[in-house]
Design a protein around this ligand. Structure first.
Ligand SMILES: *Cc1c(COP(=O)(O)O)cnc(C)c1O
Length: 412
């Protein structure tokens, strides 16, 4: 980045510092990952200069031959990975993918049934300050209080009662397998459309570590930057009969020119997602999450639903003398990066800003080659910090372990 260094040292320094931060800290944010240098090179390429409103071979601008090539590659590869009938790789992010589906099939005032945000759902599934919550009537399902699992009989009875136009399956903080065939059945019973949002688990699905919704869902939306390990972005998969409508809702419905540099990077990430190395990494991600969750149970922590089937789990800190925010800050001081999170049925008075849980995800540590033994070591480090959040000696001893693990596992 020699040109950047010369021309804009302030930005260059921040980017260098961010690179070092990523290398020298343990990242347990479940929504993050480390994409390859090849993906980053594509994303940092001159394709960012190109306007390409429209779709490959039918653009509004001249000079689109090369960007057509990468968009066609991205679509063909995504179809191969997920077995989708139709793919749109233009959504700028996961939220735009969900917005495009909603705008395609719903009218303002229609009802959607999605998972409660405080039980693990996403903002775009009906949060009151999100477009989904302001434009549509919202019905919500959650997890069972005693098990932490989605209760499909309850989902069904809410669906029967509220007659939604669309049911959304998918979450940002649900540690268990989603039963897509069951959601399809419920949707059919009440005459609803079915959208699966695999933003978090797309990599697991691609790698065979979580069942795929694609055969069952009318629409499957995703981000490309979470477990899928691509550039920051979104995508939509759907049945052929919705292809035209979805495409014209993404452009010109809600977006202008697509980010062709990001689409090039998506194509690269999709090629990587077809390798055996990627598939093994996805299975290892689940193994690491399971090993850590088990270790926390052994150390006396309460884990929502008792464990995990995927890349993340939630620690309920209510039995510990620490809030989610205090835990997040104390761990950050020790170079362990994660986020506070609501837990289902959090105490009254606990807000989204002051929740009683933390969310732990293993995509990034697994991408850098960490396996169960070191994942367990990291869990022990977290326990040390949470037991002595303000003790400097504890912090320093954890920082040393973090440093050793990080230098043994360079990001690239
Ligand atoms: C992250 C996420 C999204 C949206 O992602 P952005 O790219 O941040 O807009 C949508 N749905 C779910 C379930 C998510 O976890």
């Amino acid at each position: 980045m020699i040109t950047l260094q010369n021309n804009d040292p302030e930005v260059w320094r921040a980017i260098q510092a961010e690179k070092e931060r990523q290398q020298n800290t343990i990242d347990l944010i479940a929504a993050e990952n480390i994409c390859s240098l090849a993906v980053q090179e594509a994303q940092g390429s001159s394709m960012t200069n190109k306007y390409a409103e429209g779709y490959a071979r039918r653009r509004w601008y001249a000079g689109c031959g090369n960007v057509d090539t990468v968009e066609e590659l991205a679509i063909a590869r995504a179809k191969q990975i997920f077995g989708a009938e139709h793919v749109n790789v233009q959504p700028h992010a996961g939220s735009q993918a969900n917005m495009a589906v909603c705008f395609t099939v719903l009218k303002p005032g229609d009802r959607i049934l999605g998972m409660d945000l405080s039980h693990g759902g996403h903002l775009t599934h009906g949060f009151k300050k999100n477009f989904s919550g302001t434009m549509y009537e919202i019905a919500q399902y959650g997890v069972k209080k005693d098990t932490g699992y989605i209760d499909y009989d309850e989902v069904r009875s809410i669906a029967v009662k509220t007659k939604p136009k669309m049911i959304i399956a998918g979450a940002s903080a649900y540690p268990r397998v989603l039963d897509f065939p069951r959601f399809r059945k419920i949707a059919d019973e009440v005459g609803a459309l079915f959208m699966a949002d695999i933003a978090h688990i797309a990599g697991l699905v691609a790698g065979g570590a979580h069942p795929s919704p694609v055969p069952y869902a009318d629409f499957t939306t995703s981000t490309t930057h979470k477990t899928l390990r691509g550039p920051r972005g979104g995508m939509i998969m759907c049945k052929s009969k919705y292809a035209k409508q979805i495409d014209s809702m993404v452009f010109p419905g809600i977006q202008g020119g697509p980010f062709m540099h990001a689409i090039a990077a998506k194509a690269v990430a999709f090629k990587e997602a077809m390798t055996d190395e990627f598939k093994q990494c996805q299975h290892q991600t689940v193994k690491n999450a399971r090993a850590m969750a088990q270790e926390f149970v052994k150390m006396g922590y309460t884990i929502v639903s008792g464990g995990t089937d995927n890349h993340l789990f939630l620690i309920d800190l209510r039995s510990k003398k620490i809030t989610g925010k205090e835990a997040q800050l104390a761990l950050e001081r020790a170079d362990i990066i994660l986020n506070r999170n609501t837990i289902p049925y959090d105490e009254a008075g606990a807000s989204a800003n002051e929740p009683n849980g933390i969310r732990i995800g293993t995509p990034t540590i697994t991408s850098r080659g960490i396996k169960e033994a070191e994942a367990i070591k990291i869990a022990e480090c977290i326990d040390k910090v949470l037991s002595q959040p303000n003790d400097n000696k504890t912090k320093e001893s954890v920082q040393k372990i973090v440093k050793d693990i990080c230098s043994a596992h360079p990001l690239y």
